[in-house]
Design a protein around this ligand. Structure first.
Ligand code: UD1
Length: 390
C-alpha cells in the first residue's frame, strides 16, 4: 500500500538505545525513518545503561544522534537490577506514547528489557541484528539474544547464518528478513570524518609518533566479563599483550570495567611503559581513525570484528567463539582465544605478512537502514490493513 503521509492511527516507533554499541546501529536507522517517504515518526528512548561522557556523550556527538526524547537514567547495577529498572521505567513510556512498534538493536540488557515490556503489552517489537549466536550461554549477551529473538515479531538479520540459527530454535521464517549490517552504514557514512591517529595521541598527551612507528601499531580493546573479571584470566592476558607490544606498539582503549579490574587486582605495571599507550574509551570517529590506520586489531568486542572486516584490517579476536562467523569465513577475523601462543603467533604473522585481507560480506553496503525502514513501514501499514478487515 502506498500512502502520501504516515497513517494517523499508527503511533511513533520507539527506538531504544542503552549502551555504547547500540548508538552506531541506531543513528542510521533514525535517519532512514525520517527520510522514508512518507516520513515515519519515531521517538528516541535512552535507557541510560551507559551514561558517562566517554561511553555516551561523545558517541552521540560523533554520530550526530539527536538528544533522546526520553532518558530512563537506569545507570549501572547487577544484571537483574539493570534489567528490572529498565522494564519498570519503560512501561509508562509505552502507556503515554502509544507506539506502533518498538525497535531494539543488538544484545545488551536494555534490548531484552524493552522487548519483554513491549511484547507483554501487545506492541510489536522489531529486533535489528537478530539471530547471531555464539552458542555460549555463559555470555550475558547470548541470553539477551536468544530471549529477544524468541518473542520479537520482526527479526532483521545481518548475515545469512543468522536465519539457520533462528530456524533451529523454532522461529518461523516469516518473521525473518535479511537486510545486511547497519553498523556498516555508520562506518561508511563517517569514514571521511575519522580522526587522525597522531592527533588523537597528541590530544591525549602522548607522543603522536607512536602512530607512525615503522612496524605500525595495534589497537587493543578488552571488556568481556569472561576476560576481565577474574584476576587468573586478566593477568595472563595482559602479560601476553605486554609480550605482543615488543613486536609493535599497542594503543589500548580501556573500558571502565577493565580499568577498574586492573586497579583492583594491582595489574597496572603490566600495561605501563612506552610501548603501550593507555587511552580512555574512545569516541566513534577516534576509534574509526585508529582502526583504519592500524596494522591489526586485538579485541573481544563484537562490533569491532565487523568493522575491521569492513575496513580490511586484520583482527585477532580474544574469544573462543564468535556470534559473527562471517567475519572469520569471509572477513579479516581470526579467533585466538586467550591462548598466549595463538595470540603471539597471530601478531607475528600479521606483522610479517600483512594477515588476512578478506572481502566485504553480502549487503554490508551502507544501505541497511533504508531496507529496514522500508520493510518496517510496509509491515506496519499492512498490519493495520489486516486489522481493518477483521
Ligand atoms: C555492556 C553490554 C555489552 C557491550 C558493552 C559495551 C550488556 C549485558 N553488556 O557491557 O554487550 O559490549 O556494554 O561497552 O548489556 N560504566 C561506566 N560508565 C558508563 C557505563 C558503565 O563507568 O557510562 C561502568 C559500570 O559502572 C560498570 C561497567 O562500566 O562497572 C560495566 O558497565 P555495564 O553497562 O554493566 O556493562 P558493560 O560491561 O559495559
Amino acid at each position: 500500500m502506498i500512502c502520501k503521509s504516515w497513517p494517523e492511527n499508527l503511533g511513533p516507533i520507539l527506538c531504544i538505545v542503552g549502551a555504547r554499541p547500540n548508538f552506531m546501529k541506531m543513528a542510521p536507522i533514525l535517519r532512514a525513518l525520517a527520510g522514508h517517504s512518507p516520513a515515519i515518526p519515531s521517538l528516541l528512548i535512552h535507557t541510560g545503561q551507559h551514561y558517562d561522557r566517554d561511553m555516551n556523550d561523545r558517541l552521540f556527538e560523533d554520530l550526530r544522534l539527536p538528544r533522546p526524547d526520553i532518558n530512563l537514567e537506569v545507570g549501572s547495577g547487577t544484571h537483574a537490577v539493570q534489567t528490572a529498572e529498565v522494564m519498570k521505567r519503560f512501561e509508562p513510556v509505552i502507556d503515554e506514547s502509544r507506539p506502533s512498534c518498538i525497535l531494539v538493536v543488538g544484545d545488551v540488557n536494555s534490548t531484552l528489557a524493552c522487548t519483554l515490556v513491549g511484547v507483554k503489552k501487545g506492541i510489536p517489537v522489531a529486533h535489528v541484528e537478530a539471530g547471531l549466536r555464539s552458542f555460549d550461554r555463559g555470555m550475558p549477551e547470548e541470553i539477551n539474544r536468544v530471549l529477544t529473538d524468541q518473542v520479537a515479531d520482526l527479526l532483521y538479520t545481518s548475515e545469512r547464518s543468522a536465519l539457520d540459527n533462528l530456524l533451529h530454535e523454532g522461529v518461523s521464517q516469516a518473521r525473518v528478513e535479511f537486510v545486511g549490517n547497519v553498523m556498516i552504514d555508520s562506518l561508511m557514512a563517517n569514514r571521511e570524518l575519522a580522526r587522525r591517529p597522531a592527533d588523537i595521541l597528541d590530544a591525549a598527551g602522548f607522543d603522536g609518533s607512536v602512530a607512525a612507528s615503522p612496524a605500525g601499531y595495534a589497537v587493543v580493546t578488552l571488556h568481556r566479563p569472561s576476560n576481565v573479571d577474574q584476576e587468573e584470566t586478566l593477568r595472563p592476558l595482559l602479560e601476553t599483550l605486554r609480550e605482543a607490544s615488543e613486536r609493535l606498539p599497542l594503543i589500548f582503549a580501556l573500558h571502565p570495567r577493565t580499568r577498574g579490574n586492573i586497579e583492583r587486582f594491582g595489574l597496572g605495571d603490566l600495561v605501563a611503559g612506552k610501548r603501550i599507550v593507555l587511552l580512555p574509551p574512545q569516541g566513534y570517529l577516534e576509534m574509526l581513525g585508529l582502526m583504519s590506520s592500524a596494522r591489526l586489531v586485538l579485541t573481544d568486542s563484537g562490533g569491532m570484528q565487523e568493522e575491521t572486516t569492513a575496513l580490511g584490517i586484520p583482527c585477532l579476536t580474544m574469544r573462543e567463539n564468535t556470534e559473527r562467523p562471517i567475519t572469520v569465513e569471509q572477513g579479516t577475523n581470526t579467533l585466538v582465544g586467550r591462548d598466549r601462543r595463538a595470540i603471539l603467533a597471530g601478531v607475528t604473522e600479521i606483522v610479517a605478512s600483512g594477515g588476512k585481507r578478506g572481502r566485504i560480506p553480502e549487503l554490508w553496503d551502507g544501505h541497511t537502514a533504508e531496507r529496514i525502514a522500508s520493510h518496517l513501514a510496509g509491515w506496519l501499514i499492512a498490519r493495520i490493513g489486516e486489522g481493518a478487515k477483521t
